[in-house]
Design a protein around this ligand. Sequence first.
Ligand code: ADP
Length: 445
Amino acid sequence: SDVNGNQAPETSENEVWRKDGDKVDLAEQSLLNKIIRRSLVRNRNQVEVLQRDPSSPLYSVKTFEELRLKPELLKGVYNMGFNRPSRIQENALPMMLAQPPQNLIAQSQSGTGKTAAFSLAMLSHVNTANKWTQCLCIVPTYELALQIGQVIEQMGKFCPDVKMAYAIRGNRMERGTKLQEQIVIGTPGTVLDWCTKYRHIDPKKISMFVLDEADVMIATQGHRDQSIRIHRMLTKDCQMLLFSATFEDSVWRFAEQVVPDPNIIRLKREEETLDTIKQFYVLCKEKEDKFTALCDLYGCLTIAQAMIFCHTRKMASWLTTNLIKEGHQVALLSGEMTVEQRAAVIERYRNGKEKVLVTTNVCSRGIDVEQVSLVVNFDLPMDMDGNADNETYLHRIGRTGRFGKRGFAVNMVDSKHSMDIINQIEMHFNRRIKKLDMSNLDEIE
Ligand code: ADP
């Protein structure tokens, strides 16, 4: 139970055990992204738009004015500091606001403006004269619901007649009480109960249905089934909008089930490359030796910021303790921290308060590596069979965009096995990883 006495949502089924023994909770990862995203993610990639009706003119907007929003809503948008629509908003907003209503499936990485887009669509859609629920938005967890609610509240600040409610566990009303709030955000289980058992919401009166974080949603069988049951109660005239950060086949199959005749907008993730990175390895005997090498390296380089990856939480905390003893300002990101604690550490690191961040792999998402000039694989990334984990390697040290800043990656090699991994990585990416001579560190700069 949280401070409000609300039951925590069942996220446990979303947990995936990663190779390095740390748990990733997809919903938590998503929440973390939301907490630390204060600004839009830059993205140079083109938006792919697939129109349901190719004969109707495709239109996109470059300004919020072109959307002909209610003045008080436009004021809310500008009040949030938004000057112009983001890449996906340029296309998604006109589609979501079109008459007659259009269905939409939209996929783009987190931080590209999806939440802001559908929040705006819901606020614009509401008929304030009607005191019943018209827009229904479902998300995987209670915390994610609150995040969206905050956006709606901020954006709708000058629309006092638009009301919103949370359909989350712990929010209780007498059976049969009809909600007057036009917008409801909730988790699938509670929304389903409110539509069926408690009859707080009449699903036949819902005219806009938003399913956010579809990829996280379907990772839990229960959520997936509940979402489909809610969807079945809606009328065929209800506008369906589905959002996802990723788009594997399973998400796609689910999306097609929930969104008939969709328009589709996709923003490809920028590809990461190793082109702007100089890669090295250092031969060491054991962890103390690796530690010494790390300190030497750090002492010799003019480094903006460094990120150091360890295999286990235990190693990460050992390393942090020892780096602090050496007088370094170090932050530690570790799996047992709460989302808020992790967000705070990432925030401080991003603002340059700490120059070194020690982390296990699962924690590193959400950190922009562009500003990190040195990445150290204190332990090399490998899969459960002990083979090189190329994908993780690329994700740790790769940069996006051709003009990404230059950087160094140093791999600590302490056994024949880890040398094999370096060779595998070299082969896979067809890029040389040079041996670093610790007595002559000039060559790296
Ligand atoms: P997503 O849902 O895709 O993760 P969000 O809608 O949460 O993305 O947006 C990410 C961040 O960018 C948020 O801090 C949000 O306030 C901001 N943002 C969204 N749209 C705009 C815009 N048009 N202009 C400026 N900032 C924006």
